[in-house]
Design a protein around this ligand. Structure first.
Ligand code: SF4
Length: 681
């Protein structure tokens, strides 16, 4: 039952699903979360919430929650006491370090955990173990954003703020599906449309926003660089560029301009499949607007050219002076609730907290003094390199916190082989994930409702996560588990609270220098927050870019790594659905009931050719694996393209996807690969 209102405590906190960073109140009665109510003071979303935030909280009490540590004995995971499990992990980690060196261990941190926990995880690997082998799922989504925007602008984060969107004049949405993946952002976009904003959508799939757009560019998957270069070629040909911005604020223009000569509209039209008139119209709408905002997500980043794609968008914004002011900018919609924060906290193999480089001797010295140990000057393994390293016996142990790479990483069978090759695998999670099923030790962590700390959303807003209930059953918060392990390994982590951890973060991280839990209060702060007096930063790069001048990069179009051919004639692309978030929302009965199974989308022409009916099951094969799935026949996808989500354990789409990755950031090419479809029976 709902309980009487006077028995209910309301705890304002931050949503654990997507990077929009909505706040709401958890309603708590008798130590149990009984519901969610809007909190009109929520800084990003006000009273708005999407279906996930509103109805997904039954996940906290899912049957699938891990409630006690498990140790593999004679091949089977059996319940154990905390002391036994933690002692075993510490002993094994120490043995492997002694026998093979610190670099024989690697960890994956978690974009679902708090900043404070991510800080502890990277400190654990760096200071306690002695390696930079630490990464997390940003590698499989927005690593190209971090890398690309850092090159172009000097800061790998979104330039503007969500509350500008309702008053935007022009929005260019490319490779993003906000109404499903970032629904409250999608709602803000619809508010802008209602006030007369213009919208350009670039997407191979007819997403909801495409239907309400002024212009929909149905580009061929993976041709983004060609498209953007073509649009910029047209902007220059028409004199729509912002000369004074280019002169005062940027460098590298001449070489960049020369490269654009290779992208006249006719050629770009052939490469992308977008008619010349539409290219011209897109250039005109975007470049002649007083201000225009660019939004993108994984349709830009999850390609072998992901970093190139991101830098191309940065070029476009600089060419037209659309950065460094409100209602403009380059706005990556970060996926997970705290993927921004995990990057900020240095859960990256080359970066300490705040993007301070491990290869910079001064930075190394600073952290060595702060932490009182010698630190490795070498960049560690990126996530996709960990699995081959395990197969080659360079890597012997992994500690995976709150990630499920067996389901989420491309070429899943290869990932599984890597994990099977390890001597010792520890998985810390709130659910019995597919990866946890392979572990030697499983440690039960706590959900967001059971802990205090902070998440940082896609607009760099650091917000409080406030504990509403005690960790369920025998679970512990991830931060507490890390402290207990560090203590057992002879490097005590003695923090009394997560507020104290944040004080250490602030001391060592200029971007977060003025952040305290007290200051965050109910509204949060957007980084950079260099001092205690600083009010935070809504818009980046206003007077100068973080790197001084913005730099134009001359970028050439390159084909996707794997395109359809005779054997695998369809192009598989992947994405999200509204009611789910990755795989773990299957643990919410409420959310799973909205879309309980995979429905691979195929075009009516292809369905006719294959002789299959709507709702029929088909076999999908790629060079790497195969599965069976139900299909949905729809003109949302063009002929020749199959669209699948990655939300269902029983339809593990990533056995099909390509493990080829971006040359800079090693993000997998989830958005294109060749597959074949066959009728079953
Ligand atoms: Fe949560 Fe994202 Fe939905 Fe907001 S839009 S309620 S942050 S899932």
């Amino acid at each position: 039952g709902k309980g009487r209102p006077w028995d209910v405590t309301k705890v304002q906190t931050t949503c654990p699903f997507c990077g929009t960073g909505c706040n709401f109140d958890l309603n708590v009665k008798d130590g149990k979360v009984i519901g969610v109510t809007s909190n009109p003071n929520a800084p990003v979303n006000g009273k708005a919430l999407c279906v996930k935030g509103r109805f997904g909280m039954d996940m906290i009490y899912s049957q699938n929650r891990l409630t006690t540590p498990l140790i593999r004995k004679e091949g089977v995971l059996v319940p154990a006491e905390w002391d036994e499990a933690l002692d075993l992990v510490a002993k094994k980690f120490r043995e492997i370090k002694d026998n093979y060196g610190a670099n024989a261990l690697a960890a994956l941190s978690s974009a679902h955990c708090t900043n404070e926990e991510n800080y502890l995880m990277q400190k654990f690997m760096r200071a306690v173990i002695g390696t930079n082998n630490i990464d997390h799922c940003a590698r499989v989504c927005h690593a190209p954003t971090v890398a690309g925007l850092a090159v172009s602008f000097g800061s790998g984060a979104s330039t503007n703020s969500f509350n500008e969107i309702p008053d935007a004049k022009v929005m260019f949405v490319i490779g993003a599906n906000p109404t499903e993946a970032h629904p409250v952002v999608g709602t803000k976009m619809k508010q802008a449309l209602a006030k007369g904003a213009k919208l350009i959508v670039a997407d191979p799939r007819k997403i909801e926003l495409a239907e309400g757009s002024d212009l929909w560019l149905r580009l061929r998957p993976g041709t983004d660089v060609a498209l953007i270069n073509g649009i910029m070629n047209i902007i220059l040909a028409n004199g729509w560029e912002d000369r004074s911005f280019i002169e005062k604020r940027t460098e590298g223009f001449e070489k960049f301009r020369e490269n654009l000569e290779n992208y006249p509209p006719e050629i770009v039209s052939q490469l992308t499949g977008v008619p010349v008139e539409q290219l011209i119209e897109a250039a005109r709408i975007y470049a002649t607007a007083e201000r225009a905002m660019i939004f993108y997500t994984l349709g830009i980043t999850e390609h072998t050219t992901g970093t190139d794609n991101v830098m191309s968008l940065a070029n476009l914004a600089m060419l037209t002076g659309n950065v460094g002011k409100t209602y403009s900018g380059v706005n990556p919609l970060r996926g997970q609730n705290n993927v921004q924060g995990s990057c900020d906290m240095g859960a990256l193999p080359g970066d300490y907290p705040g993007y301070q480089k491990v290869v910079n001797p001064e930075v190394q010295k600073k952290f060595e003094e702060a932490w009182g140990v010698a630190l490795s000057p070498n960049v560690g393994l990126m996530l996709p390199d960990m699995f081959p390293a395990a197969i080659n016996k360079d890597l012997h142990a992994m500690y995976i916190m709150g990630e499920d790479p067996v389901v989420t990483d491309a070429d899943a069978n290869h990932v599984r082989r890597g994990l099977e090759s390890l001597d010792f695998l520890v998985v810390q999670d709130i659910f019995m994930s597919e990866t946890a099923k392979m572990a030697d030790v499983v440690l039960p962590g706590a959900s967001f409702a059971e802990k205090t700390g902070t998440f940082t959303n896609a607009e760099r807003r650091i917000q409080m996560v406030n504990q509403a209930i005690q960790p369920i059953s025998n679970a512990k918060t991830d931060g507490e588990i890390l402290c207990e392990l560090a203590n057992r390994m002879g490097y005590p982590f003695s923090y009394n609270s997560s507020a104290e951890i944040m004080r250490e973060v602030a001391r060592l991280t200029p971007l977060y220098g003025g952040v305290t839990h007290e200051r965050l209060g109910t509204q949060g702060l957007q980084w950079p927050v260099p001092t205690l007096e600083h009010p935070g930063s809504k818009v980046l790069h206003q007077e100068t870019f973080s790197r001084g001048k913005g730099i134009f990069m001359a970028i050439s179009y390159q084909e996707a790594n794997e395109l359809p051919d005779e054997q695998y004639p369809f192009l598989l692309s992947t994405g999200r659905k509204l009611s789910h978030y990755n795989v773990f929302t299957q643990n919410s009965e409420a959310l799973d009931s909205y879309s309980p199974e995979e429905l691979a989308e195929i075009n009516p022409l292809d369905a006719e050719r294959l002789g299959v009916e709507d709702g029929e099951r088909v076999k999908v094969t790629s060079r790497r694996g195969e599965l069976e799935t139900k299909i949905q026949i729809t003109d949302r996808v063009p002929s020749g393209i199959v669209f699948m989500t990655f939300h269902y354990m029983e339809t593990p789409t990533n056995v099909l996807t390509n493990g080829a990755s971006d040359k800079v950031s090693k993000t997998y090419e989830y958005k294109t690969c060749g597959v074949n479809l066959t009728k079953i029976g």
